[in-house]
Design a protein around this ligand. Structure first.
Ligand code: 5CA
Ligand code: ZN
Length: 408
């Protein structure tokens, strides 16, 4: 699949600090320790509806990781998927009388536009589930040969307990695992399963549903194995960051890690499991299934500057859950205008200490609210007391673009 066009990243003097990130598996903020090339897989959208603010928050969060690593001198190999075949997409197609492929193509195109508008760096590989079906089938076959897969009717299930590390991503008790599995696409009560938590890796063709011919038969992949397969194909084992919103920690990232660990007989799948918080609207988590959505494209069409949207997101730490408000967006637009006015001045107060402070707080688990405070302080000083450094406005403007993705 085509990714979107990479925006330029301004050069900054010096280098950034090594990035420390909260890891869900260990429950701690730990240093990331990538080699020269940092490897990151972030779960992409299921394209049955347009990009909402919750999605934008997630992809902007991981974009910061990309930018902070690049500033610290790493190449970043970033891979993202598109779940372009799954139950919600087929349900939407039936409900609207449209072809599922047309919905997926249209919403994926809109997502690319929204990401480019929000100045999100594109993944090097942007991979659809449909184009990955031969690869997924190959991995399921390997699992089957090793005794990690069994059939229920014509469908294939992964024996999660064959991975001795199963449970170590989200660290949940069994009741919570069962509840979340059932809420998030799993089928704990299906008769014939050996363990209620075993997850579907291959679903045989159902009447009136799309299906593909593979050595496993006529059908389509389960959800978790799709991401495990794409990550293994393009990044290999033991990636630096597996990422997504916090609703993906269990079961999606737990199952995907166990599948990859059984396929490769290596551990761990990822050094960090990183999860961004959930954005709510009208009292509930913004979700396509509930329909309480604020679309990025709708705001853009109303004339909202995408950089104001981005700043409204960055005002919250990426791990916190928060509620979208029009007031928050107004505050972000005002901040953007202040910053723009300050960098438009011919001179300003020295910006070196601000750059150092922004690098410091971003490297410490992406503390964006503190980064915005530091830039606010510089802008306030520039607009009130002024300064005589002719380099400073340009440096601030390059920094907010390179590190925060906010183009002034
Ligand atoms: N295609 C799968 C991942 S393989 C999927 O979860 N797609 S999604 O379209 O439902 O979500 C895409 C990303 O947005 C996920 O990382 C999800 O955690 C995140 N997300 C969804 N809703 C919200 C929300 N309200 N706030 C923050 N992030 C959200
Ligand atoms: Zn995924």
């Amino acid at each position: 699949m085509d990714s979107w066009v990479a925006p330029p990243i301004p050069d900054l003097p010096g280098t950034g600090l090594p990035l420390r990130l909260f890891d869900t598996a260990t429950g701690q903020v730990r240093p990331t320790a990538p080699g020269p090339t940092a490897r990151m897989y972030v779960c992409g959208i299921t394209p049955y509806d347009a990009t909402h603010i919750g999605h934008a928050n997630t992809y902007v969060s991981f974009d910061l990781i990309n930018r902070v690593w690049a500033d610290a001198g790493h190449e970043v190999h970033y891979v993202q998927n598109v779940t372009d075949i799954d139950d919600p997409l087929l349900e939407r197609a039936v409900a609207t009388g449209q072809d599922w492929r047309a919905i997926a193509d249209r919403e994926t195109a809109l997502f690319r536009e929204d990401m480019a508008a929000l100045n999100v760096l594109p993944p090097r590989e942007y991979i659809g589930a449909v184009e990955s079906i031969p690869s997924v089938a190959g991995y399921v076959d390997e699992l089957r040969e090793r005794g990690d897969v069994y059939s229920v009717d014509e469908d294939l299930y992964f024996r999660v307990r064959n991975d001795p590390h199963f449970g170590s991503v989200a660290n949940l008790d069994i009741e919570t695992m069962l509840r979340l599995f059932s809420e998030r696409g799993g089928d704990p009560d299906r008769p014939g399963k050996e363990d209620p938590l075993d997850c579907l890796v291959w679903q045989s063709a159902r009447p009136d549903e799309p299906a593909w011919d593979t050595p496993l038969g006529h059908g389509r992949p389960g959800w978790h194995i799709e991401c495990a397969a794409i990550a293994l194909d393009f990044l290999g084992m033991t990636i630096d960051v597996q990422g997504g919103g916090s609703d993906l920690a269990f079961p999606h990232h737990e199952m995907g890690a166990s599948e990859a660990q059984r396929i490769t007989e290596e551990y761990p799948f990822a050094r960090h499991y990183v999860h961004s918080g959930m954005v709510a609207w009208q009292g509930h988590k913004m979700s396509k299934s509930r329909g309480n959505l604020v679309f990025v494209s709708a705001l853009r069409h109303e004339g909202v500057d995408p950089m104001a949207i981005r700043l409204a997101l960055l005002a919250h730490h990426y791990r916190s859950d928060w509620a979208w408000t029009p007031h928050g967006l107004e505050g972000a637009a005002e901040r953007l205008a202040r910053w723009r006015a300050a960098v438009a001045l011919p001179t300003g107060p020295s910006a070196q200490a601000t750059l150092a402070r922004v690098r410091e707080v971003l490297a410490d688990d992406l503390r964006t609210p503190s980064a915005l405070d530091a830039i606010d302080a510089w802008a306030h000083a520039a607009l009130t007391a002024g300064g005589d450094d002719p380099e400073a406005p340009g440096l601030i403007s390059h920094m907010t673009d390179a590190l925060l993705g906010v183009r002034l």
